[in-house]
Write a protein that binds this ligand. Structure first.
Ligand code: M6R
Length: 620
């Protein structure tokens, strides 16, 4: 996710902004920029030098010598438009008098851009964000032409925010109104810091912690007008809102994790947001809405006879969920491959096959090699990745981005649910495209999919009870996770999470396979966790769990809230909200992420950096 900082003080702000950018560095970024406003107007400096942009800005004489007392800065994590200097923020309007920074996604930017182009605005970037600068400019000129004077900057800003669909934290400064930073938000975070030397805004309190004494967290659909000595907060209709500023007692390190113990915990809590962001602007009827940057003409997909899904680790588990969903909704045969095996097994590929590589980082060598092989074999190649501009995007026919934001913890959590969002949405759209689903059916499924974010919120609200239940297993060393149908990928993912961070022995198994061998190892020292949420094999899973229990293994289940009978059979239950069965992996994984987390903490492990593991595996 992008990071925003702004400062308005009685003194120079250059160092505050550069230091703030350095404090945002931990989130990961692909480009950075700063705009400084002094008596001669706005100065703009921005770079897309991987991991060096901030360093570059910090040694620029123009930045170091600036006397500006107001400015904005930004770290970018690209979603629309590759990382390059032009796409980096801040963005200017046509007049060069106002500059904006943005975090989030503007869903309706294409329509707005067309409308603004028709009115004569010229765009220089490929971002969704640049429309905001031009729309403020457009609205400002409209307000001015009506001669209605007062608060014109604020009014133009609120008019603009009301026209935006999507998620955003937007801050703007203008040489015509040189004392004020305006910032507004919907879903993306903004904190305003009030200090003795001036006032500050940021998307992350860690960036402004040392300059402010008190903080106000802006709420959705609110605007803050910030000067060096005042703060006013309004709703989008510009009615004033009362607020209370409170101190923050976090250290800088705590603040980076938004007060959570670890990045993993923070990222688990970001899952609903990652899920929602990833679905923004996508729907059921237009397959092309799933492709970013590099596009297929959807008609090219009309000839596809078979789909191969490839990935490693957690990305492989998302692929498995997608296999079930695509075959169910689009009735296209799907093969599932571990990326490191794919090219060595002589898969049968040609121009009627689509190979989809799923990789959070976009840099996993096995997945890159699998996709290169597919391309050479004349297959159509699509990648799903979380990192715009990553290597995988260089050699494919189309790209679908997840929008989970940078994931710092080695164990994948929010990127997994973001992959599920885009793959499940794509599967529904493919069902529609192939004519298998009626529009009404597809729309209903898509609405249910979007609604999973609320179900995830409910599950996250149960963190304490999940972790308390997990604590019961702190002395267990052997775990089996078993599930059927959509419970199977969840059992694999849960076992991987547990292994990775707790270093305990864990296996994920399709429950029906257990009696073909693995059941022999079960005894009273083993805990078996059944993914017993409702799907068409629910009853069969319960029978499998009985078989397990009769071998004296301890049985725990993940079950739906509406399941009134499950407590008759089992004592230890992770309850989760009900979902449509094909979407259940999105919610069912949450208690199991907390289980892995709690056991890792109990064993005093470094949760974010587990032993022997790298976030990205770039060697074969
Ligand atoms: O970046 P990728 O999605 O290609 O990474 C694939 C795996 O290395 C990754 O999912 C790994 O298994 C994670 N550490 C799982 O938590």
């Amino acid at each position: 996710m992008c990071g925003i900082i702004g400062a308005v003080t009685g003194e120079k702000v250059n160092q505050i902004l550069i230091d703030g950018l350095k404090k945002l560095e931990y989130r990961g970024y692909d480009s950075a920029g700063v705009t400084l406003l002094d008596g001669s107007g706005l100065e703009l400096y921005k770079y897309a030098h991987l991991n060096q942009s901030i360093e570059k800005l910090s040694v620029m004489p123009q930045v170091n010598d600036s006397m500006a007392a107001i400015g904005l800065a930004h770290t970018r994590w690209a979603t629309h438009g590759v990382p390059n200097d032009l796409n980096a923020h801040p963005h200017l309007d046509c007049s060069g008098k106002l500059a904006i920074v943005h975090n989030g996604i503007i869903e309706n930017f294409r329509e707005l851009k067309e409308m603004l182009k028709d009115s004569g605005h010229e765009f220089i970037s490929n971002t969704d964000s640049e429309v905001i600068a031009h729309l403020i400019e457009e609205n400002l000129s409209l307000i001015k032409s009506e001669g209605s004077g007062a608060d014109e900057f604020l009014r133009a800003f609120s008019m603009t925010l009301k026209a935006l669909l999507g998620t955003f934290a937007v801050a703007v400064i203008s040489s015509e109104y040189p004392d004020t930073i305006l910032v507004g938000k919907n879903m993306s975070p903004v904190v305003v810091g009030l200090g003795n030397m001036g006032n500050f805004i940021s998307s992350d309190v860690s960036a402004i912690l040392e300059h402010a004494e008190k903080f106000v967290y802006l709420q959705d659909l609110q605007i803050a007008a910030v000067t060096k000595s005042s703060l006013k907060i309004y709703d989008f209709d510009l009615s004033g809102i009362e607020f209370a500023a409170t101190p923050v007692t976090w250290s800088y390190k705590d603040a980076q994790k938004a007060g959570y113990e670890t990045f993993m915990l923070k990222e688990i809590h970001e899952e609903p947001y990652a899920f929602t962001e990833t679905l923004l602007g996508r729907s059921t009827d237009k397959l092309e809405l799933y492709f970013d940057e590099i596009h297929f003409d959807p008609h090219e997909l009309a000839d596809i006879r078979k789909i191969f899904l490839v990935g490693c680790g957690t990305s492989y588990h998302s692929a498995m969920v997608a296999k079930y969903a695509i075959e169910h909704w689009a009735r296209i045969p799907v093969e599932l491959d571990i990326a490191s095996e794919f090219r060595y097994r002589d898969p049968v590929l040609d121009s009627t096959t689509l190979v989809v590589g799923i990789t959070q980082s976009g840099e996993t060598i096995d997945t890159l090699a699998a996709l290169n092989f597919a391309r050479k074999s004349r297959a159509k190649v699509l990648c799903v990745t979380n990192v715009v501009g990553s290597t995988v995007t260089n050699n494919v026919d189309a790209v679908m981005f997840t929008r989970a934001g940078p994931e710092i913890s080695v164990a994948a959590t929010k990127s997994y649910v973001a992959q599920l969002a885009v793959l499940l949405g794509f599967s529904i759209a493919l069902g529609r495209f192939s004519g298998v689903l009626f529009k009404s059916e597809a729309d209903r499924y898509f609405a249910d999919l979007q609604n999973c974010a609320s179900m995830m919120e409910i599950a996250l609200g149960r963190e304490t009870s999940y972790r308390k239940l997990a604590e019961k297993f702190k002395d267990t060393r052997d775990f089996f996770f078993i599930g059927r149908h959509m419970g199977y990928p969840t059992s694999l993912e849960a076992a991987l999470k547990l292994k990775e961070i707790s270093y305990l022995h864990a296996e994920g198994y399709p429950a029906g396979e257990l009696k073909h061998g693995p059941i022999a190892v079960l005894d009273s020292n083993t805990t078996v966790i059944g993914i017993a949420t409702k799907n068409k094999l629910y009853e069969k899973l319960l029978s499998n769990l009985e078989e397990v229990r009769s071998r004296n293994a301890r049985v725990v289940v993940v079950a739906n809230d509406s399941d009134n009978s499950v407590s008759n059979y089992f004592d230890d239950i992770f309850y989760v909200p009900d979902t449509f069965d094909l979407f259940s992996p999105v919610v069912d994984i949450i208690p199991l992420q907390f289980l892995a987390y709690e056991l890792a903490v109990r064993h005093n492990n470094d949760v974010d950096k587990p032993r022997n593991l790298a976030k990205t595996v770039t060697v074969e």
